[in-house]
Design a protein around this ligand. Structure first.
Ligand code: PMP
Length: 285
């Protein structure tokens, strides 16, 4: 991963991929004081680029720091990274964090806030699941209440239980895990939002304690354009039995049909496949 040609944008400069290092005493490494974005560039254009940069700014505000670069500057930096690496189809990762400095306790007001942007080629997030449907485990970890963590921030700290859930799922031969929230409602996968189909209508968890994904919002728009009714509501896990189709949405995941969640099975149906195909067309339009 580190022994690779290429350039990474760090604090205003393009540096060699191999030299894009930070100090061990980086505050973020100890206290999870970082926020990030995952974006995809299709045929030379980042889908919803500005929305991602705006969300990065908002995530930083939600965890109480300010990125010393404007949204416009971040947009320019992303374009520079893609050009420097000759990439037209790539995943883009922006990361902002509290760096190393005089403060190594919990407080870190005197340490610099830093920003880096990397890009690399990254294929389908769930491999061949687009055809067969992804197999999901049910995580034992719950998405926290908005009173426990700033749940609308795409912040590193919120991913600790996602990594643990995904590792547990993979150990059981699944590709991902469905997480419930602190009240027991269906929430999301470890890096993607969830949709269900019943009697031709779509049901998706109300994103009141997890990320309201940019892909999720795009897909809701696509469904409404198709005159499909979308219910954003609280969903109990017992309801999984009554759903016919299920899919995941996310920048990395794109639209990926789900074949099973624990013992519940779903068909890779016409709506899931149709929305996945429409999304592919839209991102390259
Ligand atoms: N939830 C989580 C936990 C995620 O990591 C992601 C990916 N960013 C999403 C949902 C989907 O968000 P988006 O569609 O904006 O990529």
């Amino acid at each position: 991963y580190d022994d690779k040609d290429g350039k990474i944008w760090m604090d205003g400069e393009l540096v060699d991929w191999r030299g894009a290092n930070v100090h061990l005493l980086t505050h973020a490494l100890h206290y999870a004081s970082s926020v990030f974005e995952g974006e995809r560039c299709y045929d030379g254009r980042i889908f919803e680029s500005r929305k991602h940069s705006e969300r990065l700014h908002r995530s930083a505000e939600l965890i109480d720091f300010e990125i010393p670069w404007s949204v416009d500057q971040i947009e320019e930096a992303k374009a520079k990274v893609l050009a420097a690496n000759g990439l037209e189809n790539a995943y883009v990762r922006a990361l902002a964090w509290r760096g190393a400095g005089p403060d190594m306790g919990v407080a870190s007001a005197r340490n610099p806030v830093r920003l880096a942007i990397a890009a690399w080629e990254w294929g389908a997030y769930y491999g061949d699941a687009k055809m067969k449907g992804a197999k999901l485990d049910i995580s034992k970890w719950k998405r926290p209440s908005p009173e426990t963590a700033p749940s609308q921030a795409k912040a590193a700290g919120l991913y600790m239980i996602c990594t643990m859930s995904k590792h547990a799922a993979e150990a059981k031969g699944c590709s991902d895990a469905m997480m419930l929230d602190y009240r027991g409602y269906v929430a999301e996968a470890t890096g993607a939002n969830m949709f269900f189909v019943k009697d031709g209508e779509v049901h998706t968890p109300d994103p009141d304690c997890f990320l309201n994904g940019i892909t999720r919002q795009t897909v809701i728009g696509m469904l409404r354009e198709r005159q499909v009714k979308v219910h954003e509501r609280h969903i109990m896990p017992e309801e999984l039995e009554s759903f016919e189709q299920c899919w995941l949405t996310g920048t990395a995941a794109e639209v990926t049909p789900v074949g099973s969640i624990g013992d519940f099975r779903f068909e890779v149906g016409a709506l899931a496949q149709g929305i996945a195909a429409d999304y592919e067309k839209l991102v390259r339009a």
